[in-house]
Design a protein around this ligand. Structure first.
Ligand code: CS2
Length: 498
């Protein structure tokens, strides 16, 4: 099939093949600046917003996508070439593909090239929301101290070079400074990352930074900026070369970076927007007074479930999440983790049907068409573990409750951090803390609890005798018998125990 580059000029050629924006993109104004235009933003907020823009009365809510890091040059160049357009390919449960060209990103900026332009855009009176997908690690939170990490060299750079920042904190501070000087209104900072109380976290981290970098601005930010919490959800694997080629071959769309995702999506937002907001509720988002139950449920079941499958699956030599989820022993282990260790500590979540949520998760994890990469899931586990798994362990320890499954996963992570799977194949550990993890993992060979000494990940966990014992015994068992046997054994013992 003849293919054409995806851009404004060629857009109408794709009509009929796939859905294309049915609104005039030239009339759309930027009302949202979004930092972090990776796959998740493009399958989620940009998708919801695209639907909304089909009603012309919402034309003030276009998105300006900002690529913040040097590393983001590729997505910036791609979206710039394609006039902000990209294809969202939803992999349905029966394997069919639903394709839609998304038009809501109407501008793109590359911060390292022109920081001033990004600061001006964030300070623009038309911009009412600055939303973020900067990953769990991007918030610069230190689990050991519970505070903002001022030792980060990029943060130090921003304090010394206020006009040409590198971190989100430096950018927001400069933009708010301009807004204040110009007598403009504040706006909303909307975190779309997987963090419990992501709005609270953003506020706390930003105010810590502002307090040191620009103390005179603290009161203004407190008064003029709102930070809603939100739960965000849509499994979005990394795009593979075959996703790109099959789109070209089957639909004639030459898109250098389409996004693939599952059909499920959820966005539950605290209704706390200081400068107005789009009616995302008209396209499926939920606005609620308190997001906490939804966040906890999602982080401690879905995201933690992913980490369980990812870490165990990686050691077993699997490449994708569905392979691990469809291994009966691993599947039963995950169900038991959810039912025995997570659900009891979430049981006070009102209005949430945990059981059906767990069932739907297992189905989503097992979807063989999604092919979510274990590599993606295991990346940056040092930032994910304290958010996804540690809260469950700490809550269980307070109750003297069950921690065996979490302890086994932690032990598996220590072994994973040695850098090879059970078949001796190298694992590429993608983590900013990779060298520390590897060093501690090596020292753990003789004394497994050494791994738990990494306080910025585990806090004070090593001081729990109950956890240390379960962890050490799981560690030794995995080394001796391998993951599959260990999880099987745990499943059998549990059945006997019940
Ligand atoms: C995943 C998430 O990064 C991870 O470890 O659990 O990216 C997950 O796929 C999304 O949060 C789904 O909403």
């Amino acid at each position: 099939m003849t293919s054409y580059k995806l851009n404004n000029q060629n857009l109408s050629r794709f009509e009929g093949e796939v859905s294309i924006p049915q609104y005039n993109r030239n009339n759309v104004k930027t009302g949202i600046v979004h930092v972090g235009i990776g796959g998740f933003h493009r399958s989620h907020e940009a998708f919801y917003t695209d639907q909304l823009l089909h009603d012309e009365s919402n034309a003030d809510w276009g998105i300006c996508g900002v690529a913040l890091l040097d590393f983001d040059a590729k997505i910036y160049n791609t979206l710039k070439e394609q006039d902000g357009l990209y294809t969202l390919v939803v992999k349905e449960l029966d394997g069919t593909l639903t394709k839609r060209v998304i038009g809501s990103i109407v501008e793109v900026l590359y911060a390292p090239e022109d920081p001033k332009k990004v600061i001006e855009k964030m300070a623009s009176p038309d911009v009412k929301i600055i939303s973020l997908t900067i990953t769990e690690g991007g918030y610069n939170y230190n689990e050991a101290t519970g505070e903002f990490n001022f030792e980060n060299p990029l943060v130090q750079h921003d304090i010394a070079n206020a006009e040409a920042p590198k971190t989100i904190f430096g950018y927001l501070t400069q933009a708010f400074k301009l807004r204040k000087e110009r007598g403009l209104k504040g706006c909303t900072i909307q975190s779309c990352d997987n963090i419990q109380g992501n709005g609270h976290m953003t506020k706390k981290m930003l105010l810590s930074y502002v307090g040191v970098a620009e103390p005179a601005l603290v009161a203004w930010v407190e008064e003029h900026v709102s930070f809603p919490n939100a739960m965000v959800d849509r499994i979005t694997p990394a795009t593979s070369p075959s996703d790109i080629s099959s789109l070209k071959e089957t639909s004639g769309i030459d898109d250098a970076w389409p996004v693939v995702c599952e059909p499920f999506k959820q966005w539950v937002i605290e209704d706390y927007f200081s400068a107005g907001r789009p009616s995302w509720e008209n396209v499926g988002a939920q606005f609620v007074p308190n997001v906490e139950p939804y966040e906890k449920m999602k982080l401690q079941l879905l995201n933690a479930g992913h980490s369980v499958l990812g870490i165990l699956g990686a050691l077993m030599g699997y490449d994708t999440i569905d392979e691990a989820a469809n291994n009966p022993s691993v599947n039963a282990f995950l169900r038991a983790y959810m039912g025995r260790e997570v659900a009891p500590i979430l049981s006070d979540l009102k209005g949430v049907d945990l059981e059906s949520y767990e069932v739907s998760l297992l189905q989503r994890f097992g979807n063989v068409y999604i092919k979510d990469q274990i590599d993606r899931i295991c990346s940056e586990t040092s930032a994910k573990f304290p958010i996804f798994i540690l809260p469950t362990i700490n809550a269980q320890l307070k109750l003297d409750g069950h921690i065996e499954h979490a302890a086994l996963v932690t032990a598996a992570w220590a072994i994973y951090s040695l850098g090879s799977d059970e078949n001796g194949k190298a694992i590429n550990v993608k983590d900013v803390m990779a060298s520390v993890l590897n060093k501690k993992a090596k020292e753990s060979k003789n004394c497994p609890t050494t791994f738990l000494e990494i306080e910025s990940v585990f806090g004070k966990l090593k001081d729990s005798k109950l956890f240390a014992e379960a962890y050490t015994s799981a560690y030794k068992d995995i080394v001796k018998h391998g993951v599959e046997k260990c999880v099987l054994e745990m499943n059998i013992n549990r059945v006997n125990f019940i």
